[in-house]
Design a protein around this ligand. Structure first.
Ligand code: UDP
Ligand code: MG
Length: 322
């Protein structure tokens, strides 16, 4: 049986990449990606490129590339919506029987695409690429990433596999489920894990960026981590019930002791340090728990507005040849 054909036509694979200020990387990206896919026989490809409101000439370069290469489709967002939204836009517009999200900076090696496709043709619905070696990332980034995965998976029922990024291959059936998920706040790693399906893993070594620099600062990553945890776990909300319970029990025990002590030994005045420490401690615990509530309520608020996740200014593509 020829797996590469469906309903008589060759199967289409969409390679989806978000671009944000990747001016120096555009030509490099296409040079690499076309070199790789041209070695794959029996399938057709489209390159969906999302310009996530770049402020340099990324868009101009993407459009110039699309002039030369009809398989390139450029999706122009109206402003910078962030990587998660840009990726969602790309996946929504992809037409392939399989969709491969990939970073535009070539940190996810395109050379792996044939291996992803091979597993897909052999029957996998999702093929994920695990970073076996992250030496290209700084020590602090590796460590914080590790802690994040540990904490997230401890708190949430949906386990995100360690060191698996957005780089993967998804069959059309998986993509359709992803598209139906209604949430606006999209933590893609978590959503990918949530949908499930028959998954196969392959390993690769993460490379340094081909050109330009990372768009994710420490603060952005922190917020990203918060987003991940609050999207998939309500443990931070529930913990306060238990903290409160333990606090109440301790207070009750200590209170009883004071009453007994006073009954037996008369009025006790000392204890100022104890009092002030307790008051400050309880006060900060309360602020902390209100802050956690705020995180969740903020997210409920954002969800209820039902705003679109991204706005497309234009889709640039060659006339569809039939
Ligand atoms: N990106 C994007 N919108 C943003 C930030 C990043 O589309 O607001 C894209 C970026 O162009 C790249 C990918 O997301 O293709 C990954 O970004 P980056 O390499 O900066 O992240 P890192 O690899 O450092 O985690
Ligand atoms: Mg990168």
């Amino acid at each position: 049986m020829d797996y590469s054909k469906e309903q008589g036509r060759p199967r289409l694979v969409s390679i989806v990449a978000p671009f944000f200020n990747e001016s120096e990387g555009v030509e490099l990206y296409f040079a690499h990606i076309t070199a790789v896919v041209d070695t794959i026989a029996g399938l057709t490809f489209e390159f969906v490129c999302v310009d996530d409101g770049s402020r340099d000439d990324t868009l101009t370069r993407l459009l110039a590339a699309a002039q030369r290469e009809p398989r390139i489709r450029v999706l122009e967002l109206s402003r910078n919506f962030g990587k998660e939204a840009a990726l969602t836009a790309g996946i929504d517009h992809a037409r392939g029987d399989a969709v491969v999200p990939i970073d535009a900076d070539l940190q996810d090696p395109p050379e792996l695409i044939p291996a992803l496709i091979e597993k897909w043709l052999a029957g996998a619905e999702v093929v994920v690429a695990r970073r076996a070696d992250r030496r290209a990332d700084s020590w602090i980034k590796r460590k914080t990433a590790e802690w994040f995965y540990r904490l997230h998976n401890e708190l949430s029922d949906v386990k995100i596999p360690q060191n698996v990024g957005d780089f993967r291959l998804m069959d059309r059936c998986v993509v359709e489920v992803l598209k139906k998920l209604p949430e606006r706040q999209r933590f893609m790693k978590g959503l990918f894990a949530w949908v499930g399906f028959r998954t196969v893993e392959i390993e690769y070594t993460r490379k340094p960026r081909a050109a330009g620099e990372s768009k994710f600062s420490g603060w952005k990553l922190w917020n990203f981590a918060l987003e991940g945890i609050t999207s998939f776990s309500i443990a931070p909300l529930k913990i306060w019930t238990y903290v409160g319970l333990v606090g109440a029990l301790l207070s009750f025990a200590y209170g009883s002791w004071i009453v007994l002590y006073t009954l037996v030994r008369g009025v006790a005045v000392p204890g100022y340090a104890w009092m002030i420490v307790t008051v400050l401690f309880m006060g900060s615990l309360q602020l902390l728990s209100v802050g956690v509530l705020g995180e969740y309520i903020g997210r409920i608020y954002l969800e209820t507005k039902q705003r679109p996740r991204y706005v497309v200014r234009a889709v640039h593509e060659a006339d569809i040849q039939t």
